[in-house]
Design a protein around this ligand. Sequence first.
Ligand SMILES: [Zn+2]
Length: 449
Amino acid sequence: MLNRKATVLWHYFLDRYLHRWANRRAFEEWQEAKVIAHLQLIRESSAFYQELWNGLTTSKWREFPIIDKQIMMDHFDSLNTVGIRKEEAFTLALKAESTRDFTPQLNGITIGLSSGTSGNRGLFVVSPQEQYAWAGRVLSKVLPGSLLASHRIAFFLRANSNLYGSVSGTRLRFEFFDLIEPMQQHIYRLNTYLPNLWIAPPSVLHLLADAYRQGKLIAKPQRMVSVAEVLDPLDRQYIESVFQLPIHQVYQCTEGFLAATCAHGTLHLNEDMVAFQKESVDGEHRFVPILTDFTRFAQPIIRYRLNDLLVERSRPCPCGSLMTGIEVVEGRCDDLFYLPHAVHQELVPVFPDLITRTIMGAAPTAVAYHIVQLAPDRIELSLEFAVDTSTTMDFIYSTVQLALETLFIRMNCKKPNILMTPYETIVPGTRKLRRVERRFSIESSHSNL
Ligand SMILES: [Zn+2]
Protein backbone atom coordinates (compact mmCIF):
# COMPACT_ATOMS: atom_id res chain seq x y z
CA MET A 1 0.00 0.00 0.00
CA LEU A 2 2.83 2.36 0.90
CA ASN A 3 4.57 1.53 -2.32
CA ARG A 4 1.38 2.25 -4.23
CA LYS A 5 0.79 5.57 -2.58
CA ALA A 6 4.44 6.52 -2.87
CA THR A 7 4.30 5.95 -6.63
CA VAL A 8 1.20 8.10 -6.98
CA LEU A 9 2.71 10.88 -4.90
CA TRP A 10 6.05 10.66 -6.69
CA HIS A 11 4.44 11.22 -10.08
CA TYR A 12 2.19 13.90 -8.69
CA PHE A 13 5.15 15.90 -7.37
CA LEU A 14 7.30 15.11 -10.38
CA ASP A 15 4.71 16.56 -12.74
CA ARG A 16 3.67 19.45 -10.63
CA TYR A 17 6.95 20.67 -9.21
CA LEU A 18 10.04 19.03 -10.67
CA HIS A 19 9.39 18.85 -14.38
CA ARG A 20 10.33 22.40 -15.26
CA TRP A 21 12.39 23.42 -18.23
CA ALA A 22 14.01 26.75 -19.10
CA ASN A 23 12.61 26.81 -22.61
CA ARG A 24 11.01 24.68 -25.30
CA ARG A 25 14.37 23.63 -26.64
CA ALA A 26 15.54 22.31 -23.26
CA PHE A 27 12.26 20.46 -22.97
CA GLU A 28 12.62 18.89 -26.42
CA GLU A 29 16.13 17.69 -25.59
CA TRP A 30 14.81 16.09 -22.41
CA GLN A 31 11.94 14.49 -24.34
CA GLU A 32 14.22 13.16 -27.08
CA ALA A 33 16.47 11.46 -24.52
CA LYS A 34 13.42 9.92 -22.80
CA VAL A 35 12.03 8.60 -26.09
CA ILE A 36 15.36 7.08 -27.19
CA ALA A 37 15.85 5.31 -23.85
CA HIS A 38 12.28 4.03 -23.94
CA LEU A 39 12.54 2.76 -27.52
CA GLN A 40 15.72 0.85 -26.73
CA LEU A 41 13.87 -0.91 -23.95
CA ILE A 42 10.87 -1.66 -26.19
CA ARG A 43 13.10 -3.03 -28.93
CA GLU A 44 14.45 -5.56 -26.42
CA SER A 45 11.06 -6.46 -24.98
CA SER A 46 8.46 -6.43 -27.75
CA ALA A 47 8.81 -9.00 -30.53
CA PHE A 48 6.45 -7.03 -32.77
CA TYR A 49 8.40 -3.77 -32.61
CA GLN A 50 11.72 -5.57 -32.84
CA GLU A 51 10.67 -6.99 -36.18
CA LEU A 52 9.00 -3.78 -37.36
CA TRP A 53 12.11 -1.70 -36.70
CA ASN A 54 14.56 -4.27 -37.97
CA GLY A 55 17.50 -2.46 -39.59
CA LEU A 56 16.33 0.99 -38.48
CA THR A 57 18.38 3.23 -36.21
CA THR A 58 16.65 4.29 -32.99
CA SER A 59 17.74 7.91 -33.41
CA LYS A 60 15.60 7.99 -36.60
CA TRP A 61 12.49 6.99 -34.65
CA ARG A 62 10.52 9.86 -36.17
CA GLU A 63 10.54 7.95 -39.45
CA PHE A 64 9.62 4.53 -38.03
CA PRO A 65 6.61 2.79 -39.62
CA ILE A 66 3.29 4.14 -38.43
CA ILE A 67 0.84 1.79 -36.74
CA ASP A 68 -2.86 2.20 -35.92
CA LYS A 69 -5.54 0.47 -33.89
CA GLN A 70 -6.05 -2.26 -36.48
CA ILE A 71 -2.34 -3.12 -36.65
CA MET A 72 -2.09 -2.99 -32.87
CA MET A 73 -5.00 -5.40 -32.46
CA ASP A 74 -3.79 -7.73 -35.23
CA HIS A 75 -0.40 -8.09 -33.52
CA PHE A 76 -1.56 -7.76 -29.94
CA ASP A 77 0.09 -10.94 -28.63
CA SER A 78 3.59 -10.12 -29.85
CA LEU A 79 3.27 -6.36 -29.28
CA ASN A 80 2.61 -6.37 -25.54
CA THR A 81 5.54 -7.00 -23.24
CA VAL A 82 3.66 -8.79 -20.46
CA GLY A 83 2.79 -12.02 -22.26
CA ILE A 84 -0.95 -11.48 -22.53
CA ARG A 85 -2.93 -13.21 -25.26
CA LYS A 86 -5.70 -11.35 -27.05
CA GLU A 87 -8.36 -14.08 -26.96
CA GLU A 88 -7.92 -14.68 -23.25
CA ALA A 89 -7.94 -10.98 -22.43
CA PHE A 90 -11.03 -10.28 -24.56
CA THR A 91 -13.00 -13.10 -22.95
CA LEU A 92 -12.13 -11.88 -19.49
CA ALA A 93 -12.81 -8.20 -20.21
CA LEU A 94 -16.19 -8.88 -21.84
CA LYS A 95 -17.22 -11.07 -18.91
CA ALA A 96 -16.22 -8.38 -16.42
CA GLU A 97 -18.14 -5.79 -18.38
CA SER A 98 -21.35 -7.78 -18.38
CA THR A 99 -21.21 -8.75 -14.71
CA ARG A 100 -19.57 -5.57 -13.41
CA ASP A 101 -18.50 -7.28 -10.23
CA PHE A 102 -14.76 -7.49 -10.74
CA THR A 103 -11.93 -5.69 -12.44
CA PRO A 104 -10.32 -8.00 -14.96
CA GLN A 105 -6.71 -8.85 -14.33
CA LEU A 106 -4.32 -11.35 -15.86
CA ASN A 107 -1.01 -11.98 -14.08
CA GLY A 108 -1.58 -8.77 -12.09
CA ILE A 109 -2.08 -6.72 -15.29
CA THR A 110 -5.32 -4.75 -15.66
CA ILE A 111 -7.27 -5.40 -18.83
CA GLY A 112 -9.60 -2.84 -20.36
CA LEU A 113 -11.72 -2.47 -23.45
CA SER A 114 -12.23 0.75 -25.34
CA SER A 115 -15.76 1.64 -26.31
CA GLY A 116 -16.76 1.28 -29.90
CA THR A 117 -18.77 -0.97 -32.12
CA SER A 118 -18.39 -4.64 -31.23
CA GLY A 119 -16.04 -5.51 -34.08
CA ASN A 120 -13.92 -2.45 -33.53
CA ARG A 121 -13.07 -2.48 -29.83
CA GLY A 122 -9.56 -1.91 -28.66
CA LEU A 123 -7.97 -3.91 -25.89
CA PHE A 124 -5.56 -2.26 -23.48
CA VAL A 125 -3.33 -3.55 -20.74
CA VAL A 126 -1.73 -1.58 -17.93
CA SER A 127 0.67 -2.76 -15.25
CA PRO A 128 0.13 -1.78 -11.58
CA GLN A 129 3.15 0.53 -11.68
CA GLU A 130 1.73 2.32 -14.72
CA GLN A 131 -1.65 2.68 -13.03
CA TYR A 132 -0.28 4.45 -10.00
CA ALA A 133 1.91 6.69 -12.10
CA TRP A 134 -1.16 7.50 -14.22
CA ALA A 135 -3.25 8.34 -11.15
CA GLY A 136 -0.54 10.69 -9.88
CA ARG A 137 -0.28 12.42 -13.23
CA VAL A 138 -4.03 12.86 -13.61
CA LEU A 139 -4.27 14.29 -10.11
CA SER A 140 -1.39 16.67 -10.73
CA LYS A 141 -3.31 18.04 -13.71
CA VAL A 142 -6.89 18.16 -12.41
CA LEU A 143 -6.86 18.65 -8.65
CA PRO A 144 -7.39 22.20 -7.50
CA GLY A 145 -4.84 23.21 -4.87
CA SER A 146 -2.62 20.70 -3.18
CA LEU A 147 -2.96 16.96 -3.03
CA LEU A 148 -2.63 17.34 0.71
CA ALA A 149 -5.86 19.33 1.01
CA SER A 150 -8.98 17.24 1.36
CA HIS A 151 -10.90 16.27 -1.73
CA ARG A 152 -14.06 14.35 -2.43
CA ILE A 153 -14.06 13.15 -5.98
CA ALA A 154 -16.96 11.78 -8.03
CA PHE A 155 -15.75 9.81 -11.00
CA PHE A 156 -18.30 8.82 -13.66
CA LEU A 157 -17.19 5.93 -15.81
CA ARG A 158 -18.53 3.37 -18.20
CA ALA A 159 -17.33 0.40 -16.24
CA ASN A 160 -15.58 -0.06 -12.93
CA SER A 161 -11.87 -0.46 -13.15
CA ASN A 162 -9.24 -0.41 -10.47
CA LEU A 163 -7.41 2.08 -12.65
CA TYR A 164 -9.53 4.70 -11.03
CA GLY A 165 -9.87 3.25 -7.55
CA SER A 166 -6.15 3.22 -6.96
CA VAL A 167 -5.97 6.39 -4.91
CA SER A 168 -7.71 6.63 -1.61
CA GLY A 169 -6.87 7.90 1.83
CA THR A 170 -8.44 9.93 4.55
CA ARG A 171 -8.10 13.26 2.80
CA LEU A 172 -8.64 11.96 -0.66
CA ARG A 173 -11.86 10.12 -1.33
CA PHE A 174 -12.87 8.67 -4.65
CA GLU A 175 -16.38 7.53 -5.36
CA PHE A 176 -17.11 5.74 -8.50
CA PHE A 177 -20.36 6.26 -10.43
CA ASP A 178 -21.12 3.56 -12.95
CA LEU A 179 -22.70 5.15 -16.02
CA ILE A 180 -25.02 2.21 -16.43
CA GLU A 181 -26.87 3.12 -13.19
CA PRO A 182 -29.99 5.28 -13.58
CA MET A 183 -29.65 9.04 -13.45
CA GLN A 184 -31.93 9.37 -10.40
CA GLN A 185 -29.51 7.23 -8.43
CA HIS A 186 -26.56 9.41 -9.41
CA ILE A 187 -28.49 12.49 -8.34
CA TYR A 188 -29.39 10.94 -4.99
CA ARG A 189 -25.79 9.89 -4.35
CA LEU A 190 -24.40 13.30 -5.34
CA ASN A 191 -26.85 15.03 -3.02
CA THR A 192 -25.63 12.97 -0.05
CA TYR A 193 -21.93 12.61 -0.92
CA LEU A 194 -21.45 16.28 -1.97
CA PRO A 195 -18.20 15.84 -3.90
CA ASN A 196 -16.17 18.93 -4.73
CA LEU A 197 -14.58 17.54 -7.87
CA TRP A 198 -16.76 15.98 -10.57
CA ILE A 199 -15.13 14.04 -13.35
CA ALA A 200 -17.60 12.91 -16.02
CA PRO A 201 -18.28 12.70 -19.74
CA PRO A 202 -19.88 15.91 -21.05
CA SER A 203 -23.13 14.10 -21.88
CA VAL A 204 -23.47 13.27 -18.18
CA LEU A 205 -22.52 16.79 -17.05
CA HIS A 206 -25.23 18.04 -19.41
CA LEU A 207 -27.87 15.83 -17.77
CA LEU A 208 -26.67 16.86 -14.31
CA ALA A 209 -26.99 20.49 -15.36
CA ASP A 210 -30.57 19.77 -16.45
CA ALA A 211 -31.29 18.22 -13.04
CA TYR A 212 -29.70 21.18 -11.26
CA ARG A 213 -31.75 23.63 -13.25
CA GLN A 214 -34.92 21.69 -12.39
CA GLY A 215 -34.02 21.73 -8.70
CA LYS A 216 -33.65 17.94 -8.44
CA LEU A 217 -29.91 18.15 -7.93
CA ILE A 218 -28.75 20.29 -5.02
CA ALA A 219 -25.06 19.37 -5.06
CA LYS A 220 -22.85 21.75 -6.98
CA PRO A 221 -19.23 21.08 -7.97
CA GLN A 222 -16.26 23.29 -7.13
CA ARG A 223 -14.52 21.95 -10.18
CA MET A 224 -15.76 19.98 -13.16
CA VAL A 225 -13.60 17.91 -15.43
CA SER A 226 -14.88 16.65 -18.75
CA VAL A 227 -13.53 13.27 -19.86
CA ALA A 228 -14.05 10.41 -22.32
CA GLU A 229 -16.08 12.25 -24.97
CA VAL A 230 -15.41 15.26 -27.12
CA LEU A 231 -16.54 18.40 -25.32
CA ASP A 232 -18.83 20.13 -27.76
CA PRO A 233 -18.83 23.96 -27.63
CA LEU A 234 -22.60 24.02 -27.15
CA ASP A 235 -22.49 21.55 -24.25
CA ARG A 236 -19.69 23.55 -22.76
CA GLN A 237 -21.62 26.79 -22.95
CA TYR A 238 -24.73 25.24 -21.41
CA ILE A 239 -23.02 23.37 -18.56
CA GLU A 240 -20.81 26.32 -17.64
CA SER A 241 -23.77 28.69 -17.54
CA VAL A 242 -25.84 26.40 -15.32
CA PHE A 243 -23.09 25.75 -12.75
CA GLN A 244 -21.39 29.14 -13.20
CA LEU A 245 -18.03 27.38 -13.42
CA PRO A 246 -15.49 26.78 -16.17
CA ILE A 247 -15.15 23.18 -17.34
CA HIS A 248 -11.73 21.61 -17.22
CA GLN A 249 -10.92 18.99 -19.77
CA VAL A 250 -8.94 15.82 -19.71
CA TYR A 251 -8.36 14.44 -23.13
CA GLN A 252 -7.72 10.80 -22.63
CA CYS A 253 -8.46 7.62 -24.48
CA THR A 254 -7.30 4.05 -24.20
CA GLU A 255 -4.29 5.09 -26.25
CA GLY A 256 -3.12 7.35 -23.44
CA PHE A 257 -3.54 10.41 -21.26
CA LEU A 258 -3.06 13.00 -23.98
CA ALA A 259 -3.91 16.48 -22.70
CA ALA A 260 -5.40 18.48 -19.83
CA THR A 261 -6.54 22.06 -19.38
CA CYS A 262 -4.42 24.64 -17.52
CA ALA A 263 -5.70 27.34 -15.17
CA HIS A 264 -6.61 29.43 -18.22
CA GLY A 265 -8.77 26.68 -19.66
CA THR A 266 -6.38 25.91 -22.52
CA LEU A 267 -5.91 22.27 -23.37
CA HIS A 268 -2.17 21.48 -23.37
CA LEU A 269 -0.77 18.28 -24.81
CA ASN A 270 0.92 16.05 -22.23
CA GLU A 271 4.18 16.13 -24.11
CA ASP A 272 6.00 15.21 -20.90
CA MET A 273 4.57 11.70 -21.34
CA VAL A 274 3.81 11.42 -25.04
CA ALA A 275 5.70 12.75 -28.06
CA PHE A 276 3.25 14.11 -30.63
CA GLN A 277 4.00 14.23 -34.32
CA LYS A 278 1.50 16.14 -36.37
CA GLU A 279 0.10 14.88 -39.64
CA SER A 280 -1.32 18.04 -41.17
CA VAL A 281 -4.82 17.79 -42.56
CA ASP A 282 -5.50 21.22 -43.98
CA GLY A 283 -2.02 22.71 -44.23
CA GLU A 284 -2.83 24.99 -41.31
CA HIS A 285 -3.49 24.17 -37.68
CA ARG A 286 -5.60 21.05 -38.05
CA PHE A 287 -3.79 17.73 -37.57
CA VAL A 288 -4.04 14.04 -36.81
CA PRO A 289 -1.61 13.08 -34.01
CA ILE A 290 0.99 10.32 -34.29
CA LEU A 291 1.67 9.26 -30.70
CA THR A 292 4.83 7.93 -29.11
CA ASP A 293 4.12 7.32 -25.45
CA PHE A 294 7.34 7.06 -23.47
CA THR A 295 5.66 6.14 -20.19
CA ARG A 296 3.85 2.97 -21.23
CA PHE A 297 5.73 -0.27 -21.30
CA ALA A 298 3.17 -3.09 -20.90
CA GLN A 299 1.50 -2.09 -24.18
CA PRO A 300 3.91 0.17 -26.02
CA ILE A 301 2.29 2.86 -28.18
CA ILE A 302 4.94 3.93 -30.68
CA ARG A 303 4.29 5.96 -33.84
CA TYR A 304 0.59 5.27 -33.43
CA ARG A 305 -1.86 7.21 -35.60
CA LEU A 306 -4.80 8.25 -33.51
CA ASN A 307 -8.05 8.59 -35.35
CA ASP A 308 -8.73 12.07 -33.94
CA LEU A 309 -8.69 15.58 -35.37
CA LEU A 310 -7.02 18.30 -33.31
CA VAL A 311 -6.71 22.00 -33.96
CA GLU A 312 -3.53 23.63 -32.65
CA ARG A 313 -3.78 26.92 -30.85
CA SER A 314 -2.15 29.70 -32.83
CA ARG A 315 -1.48 32.11 -29.94
CA PRO A 316 0.67 31.29 -26.88
CA CYS A 317 -1.28 30.57 -23.70
CA PRO A 318 -0.94 33.19 -20.92
CA CYS A 319 -0.09 30.39 -18.44
CA GLY A 320 3.37 30.18 -20.03
CA SER A 321 3.33 26.39 -20.38
CA LEU A 322 5.89 24.95 -22.80
CA MET A 323 3.43 22.28 -23.86
CA THR A 324 1.57 22.76 -27.15
CA GLY A 325 -1.84 24.36 -26.75
CA ILE A 326 -4.88 22.88 -28.47
CA GLU A 327 -7.79 25.01 -29.62
CA VAL A 328 -10.21 22.15 -29.93
CA VAL A 329 -10.42 18.38 -30.18
CA GLU A 330 -12.80 18.04 -33.07
CA GLY A 331 -13.46 14.34 -32.68
CA ARG A 332 -12.87 11.22 -34.65
CA CYS A 333 -11.78 11.47 -38.27
CA ASP A 334 -14.61 9.00 -38.89
CA ASP A 335 -17.06 11.77 -38.10
CA LEU A 336 -15.90 14.19 -40.78
CA PHE A 337 -18.82 14.91 -43.10
CA TYR A 338 -18.25 14.21 -46.79
CA LEU A 339 -20.48 15.87 -49.37
CA PRO A 340 -20.35 15.55 -53.15
CA HIS A 341 -18.64 18.43 -54.93
CA ALA A 342 -21.05 20.63 -56.88
CA VAL A 343 -19.23 20.01 -60.18
CA HIS A 344 -16.64 17.25 -59.84
CA GLN A 345 -17.09 13.65 -58.76
CA GLU A 346 -15.07 13.92 -55.57
CA LEU A 347 -16.30 14.18 -51.98
CA VAL A 348 -15.51 17.33 -50.02
CA PRO A 349 -14.63 16.99 -46.31
CA VAL A 350 -16.49 19.31 -43.94
CA PHE A 351 -14.97 19.67 -40.48
CA PRO A 352 -17.21 19.04 -37.44
CA ASP A 353 -16.21 22.37 -35.91
CA LEU A 354 -17.69 24.31 -38.84
CA ILE A 355 -20.96 22.41 -38.55
CA THR A 356 -21.17 22.99 -34.79
CA ARG A 357 -20.51 26.69 -35.09
CA THR A 358 -23.06 27.10 -37.87
CA ILE A 359 -25.75 25.43 -35.73
CA MET A 360 -24.84 27.51 -32.66
CA GLY A 361 -24.96 30.69 -34.69
CA ALA A 362 -28.34 29.94 -36.26
CA ALA A 363 -30.04 28.54 -33.13
CA PRO A 364 -28.62 30.49 -30.17
CA THR A 365 -31.36 29.21 -27.82
CA ALA A 366 -30.62 25.52 -28.45
CA VAL A 367 -28.99 23.67 -25.53
CA ALA A 368 -28.15 20.48 -27.42
CA TYR A 369 -28.08 19.08 -30.92
CA HIS A 370 -27.30 15.94 -32.81
CA ILE A 371 -26.44 15.93 -36.49
CA VAL A 372 -25.94 12.71 -38.42
CA GLN A 373 -24.85 12.29 -41.99
CA LEU A 374 -26.56 9.12 -43.20
CA ALA A 375 -25.47 9.30 -46.85
CA PRO A 376 -23.55 11.80 -48.99
CA ASP A 377 -26.80 13.61 -49.76
CA ARG A 378 -28.76 12.95 -46.57
CA ILE A 379 -28.39 14.60 -43.15
CA GLU A 380 -30.57 14.35 -40.06
CA LEU A 381 -30.63 17.10 -37.48
CA SER A 382 -32.30 17.38 -34.10
CA LEU A 383 -32.25 20.23 -31.63
CA GLU A 384 -33.12 20.52 -27.95
CA PHE A 385 -34.28 23.66 -26.16
CA ALA A 386 -34.45 24.48 -22.46
CA VAL A 387 -37.74 26.32 -22.80
CA ASP A 388 -40.86 25.42 -24.74
CA THR A 389 -40.31 26.65 -28.27
CA SER A 390 -43.08 24.73 -30.00
CA THR A 391 -44.58 27.89 -31.48
CA THR A 392 -41.34 29.09 -33.02
CA MET A 393 -39.91 25.66 -33.83
CA ASP A 394 -40.60 25.79 -37.57
CA PHE A 395 -38.88 29.14 -37.80
CA ILE A 396 -35.78 27.97 -35.87
CA TYR A 397 -35.50 24.78 -37.89
CA SER A 398 -35.70 26.58 -41.21
CA THR A 399 -33.11 29.13 -40.04
CA VAL A 400 -30.67 26.34 -39.13
CA GLN A 401 -31.42 24.47 -42.33
CA LEU A 402 -30.68 27.56 -44.40
CA ALA A 403 -27.47 28.29 -42.47
CA LEU A 404 -26.19 24.74 -43.05
CA GLU A 405 -27.11 24.85 -46.74
CA THR A 406 -25.26 28.15 -47.08
CA LEU A 407 -22.19 26.57 -45.43
CA PHE A 408 -22.22 23.57 -47.77
CA ILE A 409 -22.73 25.70 -50.87
CA ARG A 410 -19.89 27.98 -49.77
CA MET A 411 -17.69 24.89 -49.62
CA ASN A 412 -18.66 24.02 -53.21
CA CYS A 413 -20.79 21.07 -52.19
CA LYS A 414 -24.10 19.93 -53.61
CA LYS A 415 -27.00 20.85 -51.38
CA PRO A 416 -27.96 17.78 -49.28
CA ASN A 417 -31.39 16.90 -47.92
CA ILE A 418 -31.52 18.02 -44.30
CA LEU A 419 -34.26 16.27 -42.35
CA MET A 420 -35.38 17.48 -38.95
CA THR A 421 -36.05 14.79 -36.33
CA PRO A 422 -37.14 14.99 -32.67
CA TYR A 423 -34.30 15.23 -30.17
CA GLU A 424 -33.61 12.08 -28.18
CA THR A 425 -31.34 12.02 -25.15
CA ILE A 426 -28.77 9.25 -25.28
CA VAL A 427 -28.89 7.14 -22.14
CA PRO A 428 -25.47 7.47 -20.44
CA GLY A 429 -23.41 4.32 -20.45
CA THR A 430 -25.04 2.85 -23.54
CA ARG A 431 -22.70 4.54 -25.98
CA LYS A 432 -20.48 7.54 -26.36
CA LEU A 433 -22.14 10.72 -27.40
CA ARG A 434 -21.00 12.26 -30.66
CA ARG A 435 -22.83 15.44 -31.53
CA VAL A 436 -21.56 15.35 -35.11
CA GLU A 437 -21.67 11.84 -36.47
CA ARG A 438 -21.21 10.18 -39.85
CA ARG A 439 -22.92 6.84 -40.37
CA PHE A 440 -21.74 5.73 -43.78
CA SER A 441 -18.27 4.75 -44.80
CA ILE A 442 -16.35 6.31 -47.62
CA GLU A 443 -13.74 4.70 -49.84
CA SER A 444 -10.29 4.78 -48.32
CA SER A 445 -9.01 6.99 -51.15
CA HIS A 446 -11.02 9.81 -49.66
CA SER A 447 -10.15 9.22 -46.04
CA ASN A 448 -6.72 10.81 -46.34
CA LEU A 449 -8.34 14.05 -47.48
ZN1 LIG B 1 -2.14 27.35 -20.56
